[in-house]
Design a binder for this molecule. Structure first.
Ligand code: SAH
Length: 219
């Protein structure tokens, strides 16, 4: 029997329920995000050897020097991006293992996710297909440029820290759309940029810790 798919022990629905309880205690309020995280089998997005740790509040290695984000981080980014309403079209920069794209797909009409490391992207594509995330499209691209051909987006979520806000991303927001990104090098904060009829509005939120946004593609 394939234990990874059987829902036994550390990978069970109950383990996921406890993760969601901890997220609630840590201050996540958006029930739509919490129920998305209750549904998505996070253990399927990490190596089999690490599957038993998938629901701990840690970031785990996914190869190529990259990590799967903490459950809290994913919840917080999704909560800020959703801002109380389900977005239509969403762009994620930094697919990694694909977990956050899967969570976003539960409450968004369509999710586009770009990743610069080709092998990470192919694994994520397989996993997203396995769990039947039909409204997610992944693409091998440098997220600095957004995804012009399908823009505009109601929300753009970056999973890697930038040193400045890429202009292409704010240009690809709908009116009322929000870009959520970690910004800074040693000290990082979450920044929310909202496109309004009168221009861009910025708001600084939590202290965070993300891998850096890199430039160009990797094979
Ligand atoms: N969303 C993931 C987190 C991935 S970590 C999750 O669900 O856990 C951040 C990812 O951003 C890494 O996979 C890294 O390769 C990718 N990344 C860094 N710079 C990038 C860029 N310029 N364009 C696209 N992806 C980038």
């Amino acid at each position: 029997m394939d234990l990874r798919h059987s829902g036994i022990g550390m990978t069970s629905q109950r383990t996921r329920q406890r993760m969601v309880e901890r997220l609630r205690e840590a201050g996540i309020r958006d029930e739509v995000v919490l129920s998305a995280m209750l549904e998505v089998p996070r253990h399927l997005f990490v190596d089999e050897a690490l599957a038993s740790r998938a629901y701990e509040d840690v970031s785990l290695p996914i190869g190529f020097g990259q990590t799967i984000s903490h459950p809290y981080t994913v919840a917080r980014l999704c909560e800020i991006a959703r801002n109380g309403r389900n977005p239509g079209r969403v762009l994620e920069v930094g697919t990694g293992c694909g977990y956050q794209a899967a969570v976003l797909s539960r409450f968004s009409r369509e999710v586009y996710s770009v990743e610069r490391v080709a092998p990470l992207l192919s694994r994520a594509r397989i996993r997203l297909r396995e769990i039947r995330c039909r409204n997610v499209r992944v693409k091998h691209a440098d997220g600095h440029f957004g995804l012009e051909i399908v823009a505009p987006f109601d929300a753009i979520v970056m999973a890697a820290a930038a040193t400045r806000v890429p202009d292409a991303l704010t240009e690809q927001l709908t009116e009322g759309g929000r870009l959520v990104l970690p910004i800074g090098t040693d000290q990082q904060r979450l920044l929310v940029v909202t496109r309004t009829a009168n221009g861009l509005q910025e708001e600084m939120l939590d202290d965070v810790n993300f891998v850096p946004l890199l430039t160009g593609l990797a094979m």
